[in-house]
Ligand binder design. Structure first.
Ligand SMILES: C[S@@+](CC[C@H](N)C(=O)[O-])C[C@H]1O[C@@H](n2cnc3c(N)ncnc32)[C@H](O)[C@@H]1O
Length: 234
């Protein structure tokens, strides 16, 4: 695997850096420590692992420190590409998970080839995007899946838009959807929802309060081959 690529993160004007890069550059490994005990995240990864073919190509959107997601999947022999807008996170992930590949880029503008991944993970990386961007991204990620490919999405399902809060000591502006809207966004991307899990989780951080976590597991339908008479072969 090649080393981390950071070209996608160069922003000439510091003040125009994506807000997520500013927050997660500041947090670095402290984020991993605060969320390491999430059993629901591990169950979500198990859902994926049990369904992936050997040597699957997996895109990890907002790969953070590379743990637990990229590390667990790469350890199982899958080919993982992690993408993160925070150069600090990419640096940490590349050091911790050398068997995966990491790229520093904003997923909102990164080109994605149709049908090129067996699975896409999006764990807690949508929250600094607008609702329109979140929905558009999930559609693009769905198209990047091969037919039959899998999406694992984790988020904080709150009906908030541009909510100014403090996350582990960092000022953040958060946008999300209520749980049923998250599921609707996934369905609107033409994916079939196979399972979902809602839990409360308290990060290991002095300021942290319990927060809702939602994991949605979905599949791009395998449409089969359409014959000239319109019938389909699965
Ligand atoms: C809350 S952390 C989650 C990290 C990891 N997915 C996990 O669950 O442990 C969100 C990550 O998504 C990244 N991120 C947020 N917006 C992004 C974007 N537009 N493009 C790429 N990465 C993004 C952040 O830099 C951060 O590392």
């Amino acid at each position: 695997m090649s080393g981390p690529s950071t070209t996608g993160c160069v922003v000439a004007d510091e003040r125009r850096r994506p807000p997520a890069a500013v927050v997660f550059d500041a947090l670095g490994s402290r984020y991993e420590a605060a969320f390491a005990s999430s059993e629901a995240h591990r169950r979500s990864l198990r859902w994926l692992s049990e369904r992936l073919p050997p040597g699957a190509r997996v895109l990890d959107v907002g790969s953070g420190t590379g743990r637990p997601t990229a590390a667990a999947l790469a350890r199982q022999g899958h080919r993982v590409l992690g993408v993160d807008v925070s150069p600090v996170m990419v640096e940490i992930a590349s050091g911790q998970v050398p068997e995966a590949e990491f790229e520093c880029a904003d997923i909102r503008t990164m080109p994605l080839e149709d049908g090129s991944f067996d699975a896409v993970c999006v764990y807690f990386s949508l929250l600094q995007m607008s609702r329109t961007e979140q929905a558009a991204l999930v559609k693009r990620l769905a198209r990047a899946l091969r037919p039959g490919g899998l999406l694992a999405l984790g988020t904080v399902p709150l009906d908030v838009e541009n909510f100014d809060g403090v996350f582990m000591g960092q000022p953040v502006r958060v946008t999300s959807f209520a749980a049923q809207e998250v599921v609707a966004v996934v369905r609107a991307a033409d994916l079939t929802v196979e399972s979902q899990e809602s839990v409360m989780f308290t990060p290991a951080h002095p300021d942290a309060r319990p927060e809702p976590h939602l994991f949605v597991h979905a599949r791009r339908p395998d449409g089969g081959t359409e014959a000239t008479d319109g019938s389909r072969t699965e």
